[in-house]
Design a protein around this ligand. Structure first.
Ligand SMILES: NC(=O)c1ccc[n+]([C@@H]2O[C@H](COP(=O)([O-])OP(=O)(O)OC[C@H]3O[C@@H](n4cnc5c(N)ncnc54)[C@H](OP(=O)(O)O)[C@@H]3O)[C@@H](O)[C@H]2O)c1
Length: 260
């Protein structure tokens, strides 16, 4: 389909788009929701903790955008369906889904309970499937959309203690490719972002341990952890017209970790 030529910063302008971000209450999801709003998008924010997403929605409104906050547990299918239906009812459409809600249980496999393994997979993988399926149905019907799955460098490389987490992230990359193919003719692009280590609640046990914190800095060619705002460019690119011919891709944001 022919689209009018867009030049320069217009390519990244999200004005008039509606984004839905899961796991938006804190950490990387919060930063990405604000980045999308700063680029012009109206934003629906979601997580289980109402106070955090309501505060974030107020911040988004402070940027002059429309915002809504919906609690959702992504491990529950009815909750994901209600989230997407609520977002569409409130905002009229969904153009961008950022599947971001995620957890980790860092234990060697011999110490990892099957319940812990299942909890990580239920959140990080099944939650992405459920939200993508629910939001994707609207996007396919409207003939446009962007799904952005937050993976990790652990989808590509591994470390001890990441049995559940790395399995979930590797699977997210494959789910991304399948959805990209299935929805390609409907003009819905499906991509992933693979971040390295960023300081959030999720990684607190690592950056509060000097030995582990330094290992990560030294293992990274750029010599430091990522800053959450350094994901803004990647998410805006994959949410915008600038990426209209990019689908099934994982954009690694890792200071060079996976380059060696
Ligand atoms: N930080 C890193 O270094 C890093 C690196 C690579 C990839 N990632 C990925 O980036 C994503 C965000 O990580 P983060 O570091 O920002 O984590 P975080 O600070 O722990 O935040 C996680 C968010 O997900 C929500 N969440 C957790 N379980 C949920 C559930 N069952 N249903 C709905 N929401 C849920 C949490 O809110 P509630 O508890 O209120 O629900 C919170 O808002 C994850 O997918 C993670 O794997 C992070």
């Amino acid at each position: 389909m022919e689209q009018p030529e867009l030049l320069g910063t217009q390519l990244f302008d999200l004005t008039g788009s509606v984004a839905l971000v899961t796991g938006a209450g804190r950490g990387l999801g919060r930063t990405m929701a604000l980045a999308l709003a700063a680029a012009g998008a109206d934003v629906v924010v979601s997580a289980r903790t109402a106070s955090e997403i309501e505060a974030l929605a107020a911040e988004v409104r402070g940027l002059g955008r429309r915002a809504a906050a919906f609690t959702c547990d992504v491990t529950d299918e009815a909750s994901c369906t209600a989230l997407v239906d609520g977002a569409v009812a409130e905002m009229g459409r969904i153009d961008i889904l950022v599947n971001n809600a995620g957890i980790n249980v860092r234990k060697p496999v011999l110490d990892l309970g099957f319940d812990e393994y299942q909890r990580v997979l239920a959140t990080n993988l099944h939650g992405y499937f459920l939200c993508a399926k629910a939001a994707g149905a609207h996007m396919v019907a409207q003939g446009s959309g962007k799904v952005i799955n937050i993976s990790s460098i652990m989808g590509r490389v591994a470390l001890a203690g990441q049995g559940a987490y790395a399995s979930s992230k590797g699977a997210i990359e494959q789910l991304t490719k399948v959805l990209a193919i299935e929805w390609a003719r409907a003009n819905v692009q499906v991509n992933a972002i693979g971040p390295t280590y960023f300081e959030t609640e999720l990684t607190r046990p690592l950056f509060e341990d000097p030995e582990r914190k330094d290992f990560i800095s030294e293992r990274t060619p750029m010599g430091r952890w990522g800053q959450p705002h350094e994901l803004a460019g990647a998410v805006i690119f994959l949410a915008s017209r600038a990426s209209d011919y990019v689908t099934g891709h994982t954009l690694i944001v890792d200071g060079g970790w996976t380059a060696w």
